[in-house]
Write a new protein. Structure first.
Length: 208
């Protein structure tokens, strides 16, 4: 995804909390677009990212589990698991596309969601990178959009509107499907961490 603000060189200064939010959206987008390589596993396993958070919150607990899983995960095994869950020819074990989870008669009937999403992205001045063929309703693309919105300085109300319409409506179901998949191991921890992070985001938007 590209943002018009980024294209013209606007780089708003982010508060530490928003920098952390943007980084977490970017991290989860990366984890769900391609297998975790050795460097990414190392970074997650050694990250002090949440040192100052509430220690017994569900997200911090899930993050600790993801860190522990990252420290023992072999990159080749990560690639095999990613392909088993999300790859393959034809029907994958788990869909990472919003249109699978929303719309009348779901799964697979969320065509109105994709139309609305594309219209919203166009209105915000967001679009695919040149040469990028990832559909807009892939979970990684939607998480990356949230990162762009934070980094380009969109207001909390604008972020919440996108979150409510295009994130909260289906990502819990997607994360639950991953966590319950019989082949999930490392990606169970990824899904649980993402689910708890998005729950924190939803609660923060309600309070704000």
């Amino acid at each position: 995804m590209n943002a018009t603000a980024s294209a013209i060189g606007v780089e708003p200064r982010l508060e530490p909390e928003d920098r952390l939010r943007a980084d977490l959206y970017a991290l989860f987008a990366r984890l769900l677009v391609a297998p975790a390589d050795a460097e990414l596993l190392r970074l997650i396993g050694t990250s002090p990212l949440l040192d100052h958070a509430v220690p017994d919150s569900p997200f911090v607990i899930a993050w600790a589990r993801l860190g522990a899983a990252s420290r023992v995960m072999d990159p080749a095994a990560s690639a095999d698991e990613f392909d088993a869950l999300f790859g393959g020819i034809g029907h994958s074990e788990i869909s990472l596309f919003a249109s699978h989870y929303v719309g009348g008669g779901a799964p697979g009937a969320g065509t109105g969601f994709l139309v609305d999403l594309r219209a919203d992205l166009a209105q915000r001045g967001f679009g695919r990178k040149t040469g990028e063929n990832l559909p807009e309703d892939h979970i990684a693309a939607i998480l990356e959009t949230m990162r762009l919105m934070i980094e380009s300085g969109e207001t909390v109300s604008e972020q919440r509107a996108f979150f409510d319409a295009f994130v909260a409506s289906w990502t819990t179901a997607c994360c639950t499907a991953i966590a319950h998949a019989r082949l999930a191991n490392f990606y169970r921890s990824v899904a649980e961490s993402l689910r708890e992070f998005l729950a924190v985001e939803g609660q923060s938007f309600e309070i704000g």
